[in-house]
Design a protein around this ligand. Structure first.
Ligand code: GLY
Length: 373
């Protein structure tokens, strides 16, 4: 089977790897692989703390993906010889004031009601786990089974794995879907050339809705949600594990890497396709992070960046077949793209190669959005 995949972010890359490993001839179309949200994301693997109430199906998908991560990374690292910075040392979530603590208590009760193990911590226990936390931190939660990965290492490893299985990378922009005999037949590129295919996967993140030639009813309802991120560096131990904080109701997180990088994120802004880094965005991140970790101001500044998450109407991915035979969507991963990479690659490979949607992916097929539209 010939498959064309539009978009070489982590979801497109994982699907390319998984489908090519099963014998498909795969062409990946992207002018700049892994340069969107995959290059900006911090890489927290925490199925619970990005959720809001009522998103239990998404939680189950996140847990399924987190459970697959260890084997996924082991296979990837062995195949490519490349590291990914995968860590499973848990995530601590802390509260700055008593209102924040009440909110965390609610989150803990929600987690308990879903059978997810977390440990409630008082302020002293938080500081025992993370000694750089401010003396005023009121308490927190430890999610011992969560972890993190470095998306800037994950994406190149996925590309290397895909290429080892013969995936062809075309560094061009996809201009239009080719439709013939009422079915997807390939992709027209911006230089007028064509990639013919039996199946087309549209995995272009927030740009997925912009492809020309999508018939009515197949356009994914995704929008860009901007996130600004700061990268800092430390030469001395600063944080032991990924740390999220609630500071007077606003959320901030810090993800440490073994090489001394600390990723501080992230704003959440509805600004269209604007990726400018703003003084206000950076100030809010630094202000909140300094409340939790006063020593942060001593860290070396390394980089600022802004990325666009592919947001969907219900915050969940849009994955599966469309009303147009041969056209499959794999987008809308919003705040969870890195976490959901292993499970999304598996789901989309099954959709593309077998024409079936595995049980774990059924709540996320595109028809749920068109049916209610
Ligand atoms: N998952 C982190 C973020 O979207 O900011």
């Amino acid at each position: 089977m010939d498959i064309a995949i539009i978009g070489a972010g982590v979801v497109g890359l994982a699907t390319a790897w998984r489908t090519a490993a099963r014998g498909a001839a795969v062409t990946l179309v992207d002018p700049a692989p892994a340069s969107g949200a995959s290059a900006v994301a911090a890489g927290m693997l925490t199925p619970v703390s990005e959720l809001t109430y009522g998103e239990e199906p998404l939680l189950r998908l996140g847990l399924a993906s987190r459970d697959r991560y260890g084997a996924f990374v082991a296979e990837l690292e062995e195949l490519t010889g490349l590291g990914t910075g995968y860590r499973t040392d848990g995530i601590i979530e802390v509260a700055f004031d008593s209102d924040d603590l009440r909110h965390l208590d609610d989150l803990r009760r929600f987690q308990e009601s879903l059978g997810i193990p977390t440990e409630a911590l008082n302020g002293r226990e938080c500081r025992r786990l993370e000694p750089m936390l401010a003396p005023g931190v009121r308490g927190g939660l430890l999610a011992p089974e969560d972890g993190s990965i470095d998306p800037r290492r994950l994406a190149p490893a996925l590309l290397a794995a895909a290429e080892k299985h013969g995936v062809r990378l075309v560094r061009r922009k996809a201009a239009a879907l080719i439709v013939e005999n009422d079915a997807a037949a390939g992709v027209r590129l911006d230089d007028g050339s064509e990639v013919r295919a039996d199946k087309v996967l549209l995995a272009a993140g927030p740009w997925s809705g912009d492809l020309e030639g999508l018939p009515p009813g197949t356009v994914p309802p995704v929008r860009p949600v901007k996130g600004q991120v700061i990268r800092l560096r430390t030469r001395v131990p600063f944080l032991r594990r990924a740390t999220r904080g609630l500071v007077k109701g606003s959320s901030v997180y810090l993800v440490p890497r073994a090489d001394g990088e600390i990723v501080l994120g992230a704003t959440q802004e509805e600004m269209g396709f604007d990726t400018r880094v703003t003084a206000g965005g950076l100030w809010e991140l630094l202000r909140d992070a300094r409340e939790l970790l006063p020593g942060l101001t001593e860290l070396e500044f390394a980089e600022v960046s802004a990325g666009l998450r592919p947001g969907s109407p219900d915050n969940a991915p849009v994955m599966g077949p469309t009303a147009l035979p041969g056209l499959v969507l794999g987008t809308g991963h919003f705040r969870n793209g890195i976490l959901l990479t292993p499970v999304s690659g598996d789901i989309l490979a099954e959709v593309l190669l077998d024409g079936t949607v595995p049980e774990v992916g059924r709540p996320f097929t595109p028809d749920r959005l068109t049916e209610t539209a």
